[in-house]
Every structure is written in structure tokens, then in C-alpha cells.
Design a protein around this ligand. Structure first.
Ligand code: LLP
Length: 420
């Protein structure tokens, strides 16, 4: 978690100027807490490194799509990267602009394409020939030309978790590198498409720069070929994926990452092209924590369990990817620590949030699950008919509710029983 935004004051965890214990008291648990300052600092690190360099930041909405979070970025002039018309609606509602938004995703429906075109999105990142045809048809029906970029799969190993690696041949994403030139030629031949760029995204939680440079080299080679075929590639979208520190990872600093990529593109003679970045996790991941309360301590023969009120439906990453999140006490306790598996109340053995954690606990204690700002709330569900958590944004000394806690009756409000 961001050490400047989340820190201890007299043994009590604070989010900026507000005690996490008082937040839990006031808003209940489980509770997502975001720091405006941490969001701002992460965005500035990208924006400052891009300044004066013909490069722009498109916030990947999927990582955290709360309107208040998106609005913090929109106010700073961010563009956005979306993967559904739902995310487009959120961007607009949060004060973002369609003309600064790129529409990614491997399975856009015709309705989503129409909404994107009508709103005037900046570019569609297209991933297959059938999708090119579909977009061409939709654009024709609206009497428009759709700006397109092909997501090319550069077949590089981002050395990350297999579920979040996307740039390998075996992944469902992108157009195969060997087919890309011919696919561009097909796009060029379609009357209602306007080829404007090239795109890739090789994975997520990437902690080294070298896979990006390998991917870029392949992309730039292709750009030369495509332009020889008579198209003009105005922008290069390098995707997102920069990792964060959950435990002891040491990813490059945001500014160094941006500068290294831009310098690399410049050295290869492509400096005149606009470069898009699509970061998600590195903007929001360490700007959020999930607060939870210990319900029961359950000693066992092999393991001790701390059963807390947050679960896999609130934070799916441990269950889905065996992901590690640090878990720290909200109020430090001067007592002997024991080893616990921190688990939720959901009826699945996969419902764990942390394993083998050294903690000094009594029932009722509050814990903070760190680095929960990215792919946290957005991946939450109502499994076990559990209402989703509330979300709070802290700004200096103030805390604002930015999403109300769900109520059980909302969860089945759209359901009905058979009349006979
Ligand atoms: N652009 C595209 C096209 C993407 O598919 C993604 C993420 C991003 C940008 C942002 O990547 P980031 O900077 O956040 O790494 N649920 C997983 C992560 C899935 C990432 C999917 N794509 C997790 O919790 O680790």
C-alpha cells in the first residue's frame, strides 16, 4: 500500500488524515478505503513523465471503476481505456470524455460498437477479422468511419501469473503477429474503417521492463511493414500491465518505466508517433485497502483460522490467482502473535484472504487487507447473497462515502417467483 497515504499514527492505521478505526466505526465493514492523494500521485507520475513527449495516459477502467475514482483522474485530464459500454457510461458519468477514450476488448457486441461510435470514442482496439467486419458494418449503418487499431499479439512472455499473461500465442487475445500485416491490409480495404494505430497488451502485474521492449521491437517492425503497404500508423498503444509491490516485488518506478519506453521508441526512429499508456493496477492498486473485522478465532490441529467479515466475494484475487495481499492490524496490539489463515465466511475452502500470517488478534479486531485498490471491488460478487461492501474516498482530513453498502433486499429486487 502507498506508505504516504496509509501509515500508522500512535499505533493506529490512518488513511491520509483519517483513522481507519474511525472509518470502520462510522461506515461498517467490510469497507473499501481509497486515498485521493495516492491516486493523484500515481497519475502524476505517469502524466509528468509523458509531459512534452507526445504521450497520453488512458486509465484502464476495469481496475477500479468507482465514479469518484474515475473522476479524480478525469479532473487531471486523463483519457480512459474501456472494455464494455457499461464502462463507457461510467467514464461519461464521471466527467471523462469519449473522444479521449479507447475501446478495447476481445468480444465487443454490435450494440457496444454502436454506442462507442455514437459517443465518438477515439479508437477501437480490434482483436480479430470477424470483429473488423462487424465494426465496419456498424459504422456503415451509422454513416461513419470507425477509427481502428489492431491489438497485435507479440508472443512475448511477460513472466507473470498465467491467468493474467495475455501476450503469448496461447492466449485468446489479439491478432497473431504472423497474421497482423495481412489483417491490416483487410482493415484498409473496408470502407467504414480508418486505420489509425497499433496496440498491444502483454499482461498484468509485470515487474520487469524487458518484455515491454521485446514487444515494442516487434510492433515497430510491423509498423514499418504496414506503412509500406500504404497505411499511416499515428499512434502506438503499449497497453497497461506495470506491476506494483504487494509483498517484496520491485517493479520499475512509473516515471522510469514511461521514460524507458518512450526513449526506446525514439531511438528506433518512431518518436513522432503518439504513444498511449493504459495503466490500471499501477494507478489504483496501492491507493486502496479493504478493512475487515475479525468475527471468530478458531484454533485447529494444523491451522489457526481468523474468520473475518470480508470474503472471496469481496476480494476475489487470493481465491482466483492465489494472490498475496499484506494483512496488517488497524490497531497494533502488544501481544504475542500467532500464525493464522485469514478466511471469510463463504462456504468454500477457497475462501481465504491470506495464509500463514503472523498476527496478534482478539475477536472484534480490525484488519486492513493492503493493495486492494485494483481488481478488488470491481471483481466482487454477491455470492452467498452477501451485499457488496461500501467504498470510501479519503481526501486529507475528510472521508466521503462514494458507494453505499448494498442491502440484501436490493440483491433480489429484480427476481420474481412463478405465479402458479
Ligand atoms: N489494457 C488492457 C487491454 C487490459 O486488458 C488490461 C488489463 C489493462 C490495460 C490494465 O492492466 P494493468 O495495468 O491493470 O495491469 N484481474 C487481474 C488482472 C486482469 C488484467 C486484465 N487486463 C488481477 O486481479 O490481477
Amino acid at each position: 500500500m502507498s506508505d504516504s497515504a496509509f501509515h500508522y499514527v500512535d499505533g493506529v492505521l490512518h488513511a491520509e488524515g483519517v483513522s481507519a478505526a474511525s472509518l470502520a466505526e462510522q461506515f461498517g465493514t467490510p469497507l473499501y478505503v481509497y486515498s485521493r492523494d495516492a491516486l493523484t500521485q500515481a497519475y502524476r507520475a505517469y502524466a509528468d513523465a509523458c509531459a512534452g513527449r507526445n504521450a497520453t495516459v488512458h486509465v484502464a477502467v476495469k481496475a477500479n471503476s468507482n465514479l469518484a475514482v474515475l473522476n479524480v483522474f478525469a479532473r487531471m485530464g486523463a483519457g480512459f481505456d474501456i472494455v464494455s459500454s457499461g464502462e463507457l457510461a461510467r467514464v461519461i458519468a464521471a466527467g471523462g470524455r469519449a473522444e479521449h477514450t479507447v475501446f478495447s476488448g476481445v468480444g465487443k457486441s454490435a450494440a457496444e460498437m454502436r454506442e462507442g461510435l455514437e459517443a465518438g470514442v477515439k479508437c477501437f482496439n480490434v482483436e480479430s477479422i470477424p470483429e473488423l467486419h462487424a465494426l465496419n458494418e456498424v459504422a456503415k449503418s451509422l454513416g461513419k468511419k470507425a477509427p481502428v487499431s489492431l491489438r497485435v499479439n507479440p508472443d512475448v512472455d511477460a513472466k507473470t501469473h498465467p491467468y493474467i499473461s495475455t501476450g503469448l500465442k496461447s492466449n485468446k487475445f489479439g491478432v497473431a503477429f504472423s497474421d497482423a500485416r495481412a489483417t491490416y491490409a483487410q482493415a484498409q480495404a473496408m470502407d467504414h474503417l480508418d486505420v489509425v494505430g497499433i496496440d498491444c497488451h502483454i499482461g498484468s502485474q509485470i515487474t520487469e521492463i524487458s518484455p515491454y521492449l521485446d514487444a515494442l521491437d516487434k510492433l515497430l517492425e510491423l509498423v514499418g511493414q504496414i506503412e509500406a503497404d500504404g497505411m499511416r500508423i499515428r499512434h502506438i498503444d503499449v497497453g497497461g500491465g506495470l506491476g506494483i509491490t504487494y509483498d517484496d516485488e520491485t517493479p520499475p518506478a512509473i516515471g522510469d518505466f514511461v521514460t524507458t519506453l518512450l526513449d526506446h521508441i525514439g531511438k528506433r526512429g518512431h518518436g513522432a508517433r503518439e504513444v498511449y499508456f493504459e495503466p490500471g493496477r499501477s494507478l489504483v492498486g496501492n491507493a486502496g485497502v479493504l478493512l475487515t473485522r475479525v468475527e471468530y478465532l478458531k484454533p485447529g490441529e494444523e491451522k489457526n483460522f481468523a474468520i473475518v467479515d470480508a470474503a472471496m466475494n469481496d476480494l476475489a484475487r487470493p481465491a482466483m490467482y492465489e494472490a498475496f495481499h499484506r494483512i496488517v492490524p488497524v490497531v497494533k496490539r502488544d501481544a504475542a502473535a500467532q500464525t493464522y489463515d485469514v478466511v471469510g465466511p463463504v462456504c468454500e475452502s477457497g475462501d481465504w484472504l491470506g495464509r500463514d500470517r503472523e498476527l496478534a488478534l482478539v475477536p472484534g479486531d480490525l484488519l486492513a487487507i493492503c493493495s486492494a485498490g485494483a481488481y478488488g471491488f470491481v471483481m466482487s460478487s454477491n455470492y452467498n447473497t452477501r451485499p457488496r461492501a461500501a467504498e470510501i474516498m479519503v481526501d486529507g482530513e475528510r472521508a466521503r462515502l462514494v458507494r453505499e453498502r448494498e442491502e440484501v433486499k436490493q440483491l433480489f429486487a429484480g427476481e420474481s417467483i412463478l405465479p402458479d
